[in-house]
Ligand binder design. Structure first.
Ligand code: ATP
Length: 360
């Protein structure tokens, strides 16, 4: 069942178009991540859904009903803001109860519902604390409990984890995902953090300059980005500009960079113009030495270079390799211990498949 549908929603501020003909629908129980750089119109889209901002054009339907004329409190939408926006003079329990009172939940049902919500977010032991007596992560949980308490048709989360430090962010991200799934909440999460978007969403919608550029599963967005912008924005990548050389054979084309580096790419059709080539760092294998056994075939790229920098980042090691003409390549390998360690100054070959080269 379709819970939300935006049809051609546009919002202008003077000459500037903040949201530009956005069409978006979401099915019941799904979590959608709205991802894009700062200023691309994510928050404005969320505010239009919640009813805080009116669109200049287009319609918003919630459960098939055009809500264009209803005020925010008349829409059954649960909101969690970036800074949680808890009422400072109310305890955790009172904060959770607040929305229910205003939405007409029978008074007798409120205490048990508050307890249920606080238990859901593991805050039942802190119900009498005020926001100033809670950590950022705990406040975020209370804000989530408050948003879910009225059993909203849609839950809107605006950068819900951005105020937390990296470790807590990761913990709460996993918890948030579990909670949303367990209550079957239909949710839109706005974030500019690609990891957050890919891990929380059943689907990811990428926005740029007020428009939706791509919508798809997290895997699709990462592995088959619609354009250079999406590829650059989602995940790390190495970029080369190349001109095609010769005809493509069996779907594999050879491109040559200005520095004379040859890169083979499996691209759907032969191209005659220059192309931007993108290689994800985790798809690059590093092989010791300049010579020796690397199976040579048309599907494989083998580029020789010198290790410039090695950064051991816990589970992964980031290795920067300098190729001829001073171009650089980042390779990410698993931290598998000393036996396979590489060191600055060492000659290595960077090996990657032609099918792992994205062509734009
Ligand atoms: P961020 O991640 O930084 O919050 P965002 O993608 O959520 O960014 P929005 O807050 O939706 O971006 O803003 C989109 C654009 O619209 C921005 O360029 C912003 O400056 C502009 N904008 C938003 N609200 C107003 C307003 N009330 N008046 C004028 N311009 C506005």
């Amino acid at each position: 069942m379709r819970v939300l549908e935006l049809k051609n929603v546009t919002k202008r501020y003077g000459e500037f178009t903040a949201v530009d003909g956005v069409c978006l629908e979401i099915e019941k129980g799904k979590v959608l991540s709205l991802l894009g750089p700062s200023g691309c119109g994510k928050t404005t889209t969320l505010r239009i859904i919640a009813g805080f901002t009116s669109p200049d054009d287009g319609t918003v339907e919630i459960s098939g009903e055009n809500v264009g004329h209803s005020r925010p409190y008349e829409r059954n939408v649960g909101l969690v803001f970036q800074d949680y926006a808890l009422f400072p003079h109310m305890t955790a329990a009172e904060n959770v109860a607040y929305g229910m009172r205003h939405r007409g939940t029978p008074a007798a049902e409120i205490p048990s519902r508050v307890r249920k919500m606080l238990t859901l977010v593991r805050m039942e032991s802190m119900e009498l604390r005020y926001p100033s007596q809670l950590s950022g992560g705990q406040q975020q949980r209370v804000a989530l409990a408050r948003a879910l308490a009225t059993d909203p048709q849609i839950v809107l989360l605006d950068e819900p984890l951005s105020a937390l430090d990296a470790k807590l962010r990761l913990e709460l991200r996993i918890e948030l995902k579990e909670i949303l799934r367990s209550v079957g909440a239909t949710t839109i999460v706005v974030t500019h953090d690609q990891e957050e978007a890919l891990s929380l969403g059943d689907e990811v919608v990428v926005m740029r300059a007020g428009k939706i550029i791509q919508r798809g599963s997290p895997t699709k967005i990462y592995e088959a980005p619609a354009d250079k912008f999406v590829a650059e924005f989602v995940g790390r990548s190495n970029w080369f500009q190349g001109s095609p050389r010769g005809e493509s054979q069996d779907g594999v084309s050879t491109y040559v960079t200005a520095n004379g580096i040859e890169i083979r790419a499996r691209s759907p059709s032969g191209r005659h113009d220059g192309a931007d080539l993108c290689i994800r760092p985790e798809n690059i294998e590093l092989v010791d030495g300049a010579a020796g056994e690397v199976p040579g075939n048309r599907e494989l790229n083998v580029l020789t270079g010198v290790v410039l920098d090695v950064a051991p980042l816990g589970a992964d090691v980031h290795v920067v390799v300098e190729l001829p003409g001073k171009s650089r390549l980042l390779a990410i390998r698993k931290n598998v211990g000393r036996s396979q360690a590489v060191a600055p100054g060492q000659t290595v070959r960077a090996v990657f498949d032609a099918s792992d080269v994205l062509v734009f």
